[in-house]
Design a protein around this ligand. Structure first.
Ligand SMILES: CCCCCCCCCCCCCCCCCC(=O)N[C@@H](Cc1ccccc1)C(=O)O
Ligand SMILES: [Zn+2]
Ligand SMILES: [Zn+2]
Length: 510
């Protein structure tokens, strides 16, 4: 009897296992191909750049890099360089500045707003955003001078080559080429070039957005800097994938202060302000915010490209219902993927002390949290208080905002489909996936103008290049720069489409 029961249990378990494996395999190998859709798009004209145009483009970027438009802080920017940059673009893109189709305005002294007037006023305008300021660079740590625009082994080096002068020059150069070819858009569009994105954008993009809102402008969609085409960043993903930022993490910057008792270092207090603060920030770092994988749009990103993973990861990604715990643990191992799955905690400034034999009265630290879409500023603050659990540590909020709304990214979404189609044709069929932009962009100020904000940088980024953004030896290959211009060249033309054609659906949408 017992043997019979045992056999029944084994049979049931085996049956369940067979069922489980069958579900995994069926889901994997009938996974809908969501990255490629068969639209009937008009082929945009003149994709290939001529040698002379390539040369012009490269020189335009090098010249832009040589103007050190550095933002150190909200109140410390290189205003001479910002002003020079305005004159520079006027010189390099004469057609943009003289075209009768285009109006140009300056905001906050150094930000630029262009409106390119289209022929069809029934079409809602869209907007392209970029910024002309850059973060500082420490020349002594660079292999080449960061503001020399040097070319080496097919790369242009310099601060801003990735963030964000390449896009700024790319947008204007694409428009310049199009105007020269006699192109007239159907759909109107705006180009916004902010001058203080790296220091919050309060005087540039924010003012531009407020003015457009006052003018009752509504945008069909907006494309700003953001996530790149990743190549080799996610292990097991065997082709480049374009990540389109459909939302942006929130942000909370806290200042932590401890006021202790100062005095002679020969009879120090049992606990110093430095010691108390160090313990507090260490607790924050040692206790990361909860893993939120699956509670925000990051899960959809993996599902979109499940079929592009190597075996057996394709089975895992197509079956996140069963494997999300394993996947999220795996993603937590590297800094870039970890940033996708949780609110991150970055200790960025620590200050105290003036002399080796003086116990300082005060210690302060700045901690920057980037908030996962499934959390809010308030929730993060509550966790911080619980984690520090020390009344002696005063908290003050320097600035904060919740994660940004999720933009539409379905088959009916005109902006998303235009972007996806353009990416597919410019990046040799690369699939794209909606994703969470881990950095913040000027686009957040435009939320009142559109539900469709996309953060995308049309550049292929490999793992070894990740740290060049805001880091050392920032660079872009000449080939990547040409492709970037082709991207904007095509995007502008594709945006003339009035409505998205009905797709041939080979498979159902999930
Ligand atoms: C699971 C797949 C993971 C793949 C990760 C790939 C990561 C690729 C990294 C790309 C970087 C994204 C950069 C987005 C644009 C950010 C622009 C920026 O730097 N903004 C500033 C704005 C700011 C905020 C606060 C104070 C001053 C300025 C930023 O720090 O976010
Ligand atoms: Zn940027
Ligand atoms: Zn930046």
């Amino acid at each position: 009897m017992a043997a019979l029961c045992g056999r029944a249990v084994v049979c049931s378990l085996a049956g369940l296992l067979v069922l489980f494996v069958s579900v995994l395999l069926i889901r994997t190998y009938t996974w809908p191909e969501r990255a490629v859709r068969q639209w009937h798009w008009k082929e945009p004209s003149g994709m290939e750049l001529m040698e002379e145009e390539k040369e012009q483009l490269i020189e335009a970027l090098k010249g832009a890099i040589r103007i050190p438009t550095v933002s150190f802080s909200e109140d410390k920017q290189n205003t001479t360089a910002l002003a020079e940059f305005g004159k520079y673009i006027e010189k390099v893109f004469p057609n943009v500045f003289s075209s009768k189709l285009i109006t140009h305005e300056v905001f906050g002294n150094y930000s630029h707003l262009f409106k390119v007037n289209g022929s069809d006023h029934t079409l809602q305008p869209y907007m392209l955003l970029a910024h002309l300021d850059v973060v500082p660079a420490t020349p002594e740590s660079w292999e080449v001078s960061p503001f020399s625009g040097v070319e080496q082994d097919g790369y242009i080096y310099g601060r801003g080559t990735l963030d964000d002068k390449s896009s700024l020059i790319g947008i204007l150069q694409a428009l310049e080429f199009l105007l020269k070819k006699g192109y007239k858009p159907c759909r109107s569009f705006y180009i916004g070039l902010g001058h203080d994105e790296e220091v919050f954008g309060h005087r540039g993009a924010k003012i531009m957005a407020e003015e457009l809102k006052n003018r009752k402008v509504k945008l069909a969609f907006l494309v700003d800097e953001g996530l790149p085409v990743i190549d080799g960043i996610i292990p097991g993903l065997n082709c480049p994938v374009a990540l389109i930022g459909i939302t942006e993490k929130g942000s909370l910057t806290l200042k932590l202060t401890v006021n202790g008792s100062p005095g002679h270092s020969s009879f120090p207090p049992l606990e110093s302000s430095i010691g108390i603060l160090s313990a507090a920030v260490s607790r924050l770092e040692q206790n990361p915010m909860p893993n939120k994988f699956g509670e925000g749009p990051e899960r959809a990103m993996f599902e979109h490209v499940a079929s592009k993973f190597v075996f057996p990861l394709n089975i895992v990604m197509a079956n996140l219902w069963a494997f999300s715990l394993v996947v999220s643990r795996f993603l937590a191992q590297s800094s870039s993927t970890n940033a996708m799955i949780r609110t991150t905690t970055a200790l960025t400034i620590f200050q105290s002390g003036i002399k080796s034999n003086v116990v300082p009265p005060t210690a302060t630290a700045t901690v920057n949290f980037r908030i996962h879409p499934a959390q809010t500023v308030k929730e993060v603050l509550d966790i911080v208080r619980k984690t520090i659990q020390d009344e002696r540590v005063e908290l003050s909020v320097m600035n904060s905002f919740d994660p940004l709304p999720v933009s539409s990214h379905d088959v009916e979404s005109v902006g998303y489909q235009i972007l996806q189609h353009t990416i597919h044709s410019v990046f040799s069929g690369a699939p794209s996936a909606p994703a969470v932009c881990i950095g913040n962009t000027d686009s957040r100020y435009f939320v009142p103008l559109t539900n469709n904000i996309y953060r995308f940088n049309p550049v292929i980024l490999k793992k070894e290049d990740l740290n060049r953004i805001h880091g050392l030896n920032e660079r872009i290959s000449k080939e990547a720069l040409e492709r970037l211009v082709q991207f904007y060249f095509q995007l502008i033309q594709n945006a003339d489409i009035d409505k998205i054609p009905i797709p041939h659906r080979a498979t159902h949408e999930l």
